[in-house]
Design a protein around this ligand. Structure first.
Ligand SMILES: Nc1ncnc2c1ncn2[C@@H]1O[C@H](COP(=O)(O)OP(=O)(O)O)[C@@H](O)[C@H]1O
Ligand SMILES: [Mg+2]
Length: 283
């Protein structure tokens, strides 16, 4: 079976900080892989490299068969259209309707771009599809509301509907529940996992919560200070074996981790990190 994502010998620096320190792994088709690690260990940087938003210093990253680290222009856009993203901060367009946000998921399929996915001009078939996707996440009744009037959990469900509209082969989810309270977080995790299974998508999802990783992941990649320390099926792992990911030097920048136990709390990242993610959002 072809590997949807394969990473070999990847290094990445930001100035003096050696963020990715020689990563090697592959994911399997149709599986849910959780990339687990404490804050600051390099998870988001890896995700940004996998979508071509950051360039690596050494090594190769193949996504859906394309060497994404070398792809430019049309090939990069085409590959990105096959990869769906879910972010911690939802990345919806706030001042337009929920329905319009879902329609934006079709952007990659339309060379004419925004015009073809703007609500009044979008073909009937796409509008019907968008409504179906919204119904699948239980938000058909919110279609005409502005996105920013919804709760966090609802906004992340809209992001999942947009993902369904895009219909990618691979999903990269970067801390999809870190901005949500535990109950909404679990609902979103359930829904995300359900829909990727229904569509047979392959998902790579970063999390910092150990318990949730073990519950949902088919496979676990445990990351610590820019290295992969664990690469095993979730059923072969115990929580105790993963504790070391949170002990000692876990961050790549040498700073001390926050004192709270990170796998129990959902510490949001700075707004700056996520505003820079926006350019890669499907909408
Ligand atoms: N664009 C950037 N410029 C400089 N440093 C960065 C940048 N993005 C991330 N870093 C640094 O890389 C380290 C790892 O961050 P990140 O990949 O966001 O980790 P995680 O997602 O595991 O919390 C952090 O020390 C962060 O400060
Ligand atoms: Mg992160």
């Amino acid at each position: 079976m072809k590997a949807p994502i394969s990473v070999a010998g990847v290094h990445k620096h930001f100035g003096n900080i050696h963020v990715l320190r020689g990563l090697d792994f592959t994911t399997r088709e149709g599986e849910g892989t959780v990339l687990l690690g404490a804050n600051g260990c390099g998870k988001s940087t890896l995700m940004r490299c996998l979508i071509g938003l950051e360039r690596v210093d050494a090594g190769t990253l193949k996504v859906a068969g394309t060497p994404i680290d070398k792809a430019r222009g049309r090939l990069l856009r085409k590959t990105r259209s096959r990869v769906g993203m879910v972010f911690q901060r939802f990345n919806l367009v706030n001042n337009v309707s929920v329905f319009q946000n879902v329609l934006y998921g079709a952007l990659g399929r339309h060379p004419l771009g925004l015009l073809r996915v703007a609500k009044p001009l979008a073909p009937r078939s796409e509008r019907d599809r968008a409504m179906h996707c919204l119904a699948r996440v239980g938000l058909a009744d919110k279609a005409n509301q502005r996105a920013d009037t919804l709760s966090g959990g609802q906004q992340q469900r809209v992001a999942i509907a947009r993902l369904l509209m895009q219909d990618p082969e691979i999903v990269l989810a970067d801390e999809p529940i870190a901005s949500l309270d535990p109950r909404a977080g679990r609902e979103v995790m359930e829904l995300l996992w359900e829909v990727v299974r229904e569509r047979g998508m392959t998902v790579l999802c970063t999390l910092h919560q150990l318990d949730i990783a073990l519950e949902y992941g088919d496979h676990i990649l445990g990351m610590k200070a820019g290295t992969i320390q664990v690469d095993a099926p979730a059923r072969e792992l115990t929580a105790d074996q993963l504790q070391s990911l949170y002990q000692g030097a876990v961050r790549v920048d040498g700073q001390q981790p926050v004192t709270r136990s990170e796998h129990e709390t959902a510490a949001p990242l700075s707004a700056a990190t996520y505003s820079s993610n926006r350019e890669g959002a499907p909408a």
